[in-house]
Design a protein around this ligand. Structure first.
Ligand code: 4AD
Ligand code: MG
Length: 465
């Protein structure tokens, strides 16, 4: 007999004389003549009530069905007499597949998120994390849907790379050399030519540069994969391993890029509202009371667009004292980003045209500016509660200016020969961005810490599981 998912049983339109369910016991309550079991199989937030009658021969097994045990139930789906649910299952056959002993750490009482992180191998069985990871799965699907429907091609960019896309120098080394006894060059340095790839390699911080290769062939592409950053940031929004979605579009400028970013974020929110309604309702009850209102608000209105120069003016005129002083040329810090989106504009804001000196080498230089106020066609999308969720730009398609940007950032042209070739052969204006998938999930769920929207967080000092 095929298995029925709890979700489908709960949505049934008619009783069913013979169904099979498999899942884990959330709670069990024993009365004199029967036991109630709440069964959850991860297909939905809500569990299904199972009634095991004491007259059933299998009733002898019920005492072994503790919270956390896995069970298999054959039975009849009938209309529930009790309140709270439409359907329940009266068991005809009841089997315990795997007992859970009394040390099972997920009991009915609420646990702190910190404690649940320590049991990341069991937390997906809790209501909160079941909901988070169902939404995560759904949104991954919605990412592909959004781009595929618009004619974008999915590109798998490499995870091991020899180039630093962001030029920020915070990359994890990949090597097979023996750390205790590496081969040396005559002058005593580690001889990377003898390493696995014959050169120094790293885990990628971004698939963008390779994405550009494909955009200048297939026109519109996107990547969606893990990226790695060895920044020693102990914040609620930084992880050393996170997933990024990076569209790259040929024949597109910064405005087109900002339009795409806005449509994309709205698509993901709309999709979650439509397909994860029960889970979002749960978040709005137990995680963030304003969540649903905020998501509706974000969907309804166009995002504000504000140049970096205007943003600095707003920040200096705000009368606030900043931990990080702000003036033209300084990077916007989290406190500034949050002021703009949470207090000043009170909605998502795309800040664009940043100083050239503080942004990546590949961003397109804006024309006609004074030498001390040069900007690039960069954009960051900031949202309330989190700050930056998207970073993107129009790319420098002019060979001479790209070389100039590389020199400004002290990059070795030779290492980027293939990237420069894209400007030698059929160069086109093009633009793209990166959305941090976990930050998007934080925004959609209201969950405040990045460690709680990724199955197994990689942060400084933690790589258990
Ligand atoms: O702004 P970033 O560094 O941009 C890039 O990597 C570009 N190559 C993207 C592109 O234009 N194709 O990163 C993009 C996004 C950020 O806005 C943020 O949401 C997320 O990636 N991000 C992180 N998320 C979690 N932990 C970290 N340490 C992150 N660093 C960046
Ligand atoms: Mg950024």
């Amino acid at each position: 007999m095929p298995r029925t998912l709890v979700k489908d049983a709960l949505n049934a339109t008619a009783p069913n004389d013979a169904i099979l369910l498999q899942g884990w016991v959330r709670t069990r309550r024993d009365a004199k003549a029967f036991s109630f079991i709440e069964l959850n199989d991860g297909s939905s937030l809500k569990g299904l009530q199972i009634i095991v009658d004491a007259s059933l021969p299998d009733y002898v097994h019920v005492t072994r069905a503790n919270t956390g045990a896995s069970v298999e139930v054959h039975g009849k789906l009938v209309e529930s007499k009790g309140g709270g649910q439409k359907w329940e299952v009266v068991a005809t056959k009841f089997t315990v597949l795997g007992e859970a002993d009394a040390t099972y750490p997920l009991q009915k009482k609420g646990h702190t998120l910190e404690f649940l992180r320590e049991i990341a191998h069991l937390r997906p069985r809790s209501n909160l994390f079941g909901a988070v990871f169902r939404v995560r799965s759904r949104l991954a699907y919605a990412v592909h849907q959004f781009f595929q429907e618009r004619g974008f091609h999915y590109v798998h960019t490499p995870i091991i790379t020899a180039s630093d896309a962001e030029g920020a120098g915070n990359m994890f080394r990949v090597t097979t050399l023996d750390p205790a006894n590496p081969p040396k060059t005559p002058d005593g340095a580690v001889d990377c030519a003898q390493d696995f790839f014959g050169k120094k390699t790293f885990l990628t911080v971004s698939g963008q540069l390779e994405g550009e290769i494909f955009a200048t062939a297939l026109s519109s592409i996107y990547t969606f994969g893990p990226t790695f950053r060895a920044e020693n940031s102990h914040t609620s929004r930084h992880a050393a391993e996170f997933w990024m979605i990076e569209p790259e579009v040929a024949f597109c400028d910064l405005n087109g890029d900002m339009d795409l970013a806005e449509a994309f974020v709205k698509h993901l929110i709309r999709d979650a509202k439509e397909h994860c309604a029960a889970d979002l309702e749960f978040f709005s009850k137990f995680v963030d009371k304003e969540l649903l209102a905020r998501l509706d608000f974000v969907l309804d209105k166009p995002f504000v667009r504000c140049s970096y120069t205007e943003a600095v003016e707003i920040l200096t005129k705000s009368g606030k004292t900043w931990e990080h002083p702000i003036s033209w040329g300084a990077n916007l810090q989290a406190e500034h980003e949050r002021y703009l989106t949470e207090e000043h504009f009170k909605c998502p804001v795309t800040v664009y045209n940043y100083p050239r000196a503080i942004k990546a080498f590949y961003m397109r230089k804006n024309d006609g500016e004074a030498p001390d106020r040069q900007t690039v066609a960069a954009m960051d999308l900031l949202v309330p509660g989190i700050g930056e969720i998207i970073g993107g730009s129009q790319r420098e398609e002019r060979l001479d200016l790209l070389k100039e940007g590389m020199a400004l950032h002290h990059l070795d042209e030779k290492a980027y020969w293939w990237y420069l070739d894209l400007r030698r052969y059929g160069s086109v204006p093009h633009a793209g961005f990166g959305l941090g998938f976990e930050r998007m999930l934080m925004f959609v769920t209201g969950v405040a810490n990045i460690r709680d929207v990724i199955p197994f967080a990689r942060t400084p000092g933690t790589a258990e599981f």
